[in-house]
Design a protein around this ligand. Structure first.
Ligand SMILES: Nc1ncnc2c1ncn2[C@@H]1O[C@H](COP(=O)(O)OP(=O)(O)O)[C@@H](O)[C@H]1O
Ligand SMILES: [Mg+2]
Length: 232
């Protein structure tokens, strides 16, 4: 066992819309530094909500998240935004690239306003694009790229700040199996070579060979950590 880089401590998120919905309920989870963890479960089981809480995109209604030693509940909005920018990369099912920017410009976006020079931004972006196999697509715009290529641009963008933790929500949901394989291999390579930690929400079994752990969710709970009986 390594050191947890990311922990959920009795994490709960209740939405109140007419009636209360426990999207995440009493989830405790430790993710060790450098691990690749797959989070799976049926639609509506709380996977996306849990991922948002883990990455500090949303606040829990109970419990806490500890990210690289920082208790997120102790941080204000700007502190949380700073920590997120420094430590977390996000990858989503829909690549969310800016259509009028080139691959290089999209990847370097997170470095804007960080004091890094334009030249440096560009060279780091291009280095990452090479690492994700897009060395010959640096000046393409998103619509000039295939789905798999767009997701690789989005991954390069998520990695540009060298985040300790990468959170991916159904990153292969829009890709065919060959491209999905490619994404799984990329995550595994970064995890091994850079020691980065990946939490991947996915039904896709392409991640399984690389997964240190597969965590199942049902009705807001982790099902491989069942609640004590009589405590439903
Ligand atoms: N912003 C929200 N407001 C109200 N309910 C929400 C919100 N986000 C998610 N939910 C509810 O929380 C539950 C879990 O959703 P979600 O985390 O998106 O599940 P999954 O990603 O596993 O499909 C669902 O019942 C969903 O309807
Ligand atoms: Mg989801």
């Amino acid at each position: 066992m390594g050191t947890p880089i990311l922990s959920a401590v009795e994490l709960t998120k209740t939405f109140f819309l007419g009636q209360a919905v426990n999207a995440v309920y009493d989830v405790s989870l430790d993710v060790d530094d450098g691990d690749l963890v797959v989070l799976t479960g049926p639609s509506g089981s709380g996977k996306s909500t849990l991922l948002s809480l883990l990455g500090g995109l949303d606040r829990p209604t109970g419990g806490d998240v500890i990210l690289d030693g920082h208790r997120l509940s102790r941080l204000g909005e700007s502190g949380l935004a700073m920590l997120r920018r420094a430590k977390v990369g996000f990858v989503f099912q829909f690549f969310n690239l800016i259509p009028h920017l080139t691959a290089t410009e999209n990847v370097s976006l997170p470095l804007r306003f960080t004091g890094v020079s334009r030249r440096q931004m560009e060279s780091r972006a291009q280095e990452l694009l090479k690492l994700v196999g897009l060395g010959d697509r640096m000046h393409h715009r998103p619509l000039q790229l295939s789905g798999g290529e767009q997701q690789r641009v989005a991954i390069a963008r998520a990695l540009i700040n060298q985040p300790r933790v990468v959170l991916a929500d159904e990153p292969t949901g829009n890709l065919d199996s060959r491209n999905a394989q490619e994404i799984a291999r990329l995550f595994a390579n970064f995890s091994t070579a850079m020691g980065q930690t990946f939490v991947v929400v996915s039904h896709n079994e392409v991640f399984h060979p690389y997964a240190r752990r597969i965590v199942h969710m049902l009705d807001g709970r982790l099902t491989d950590h069942p609640a004590p009986t009589g405590h439903q």
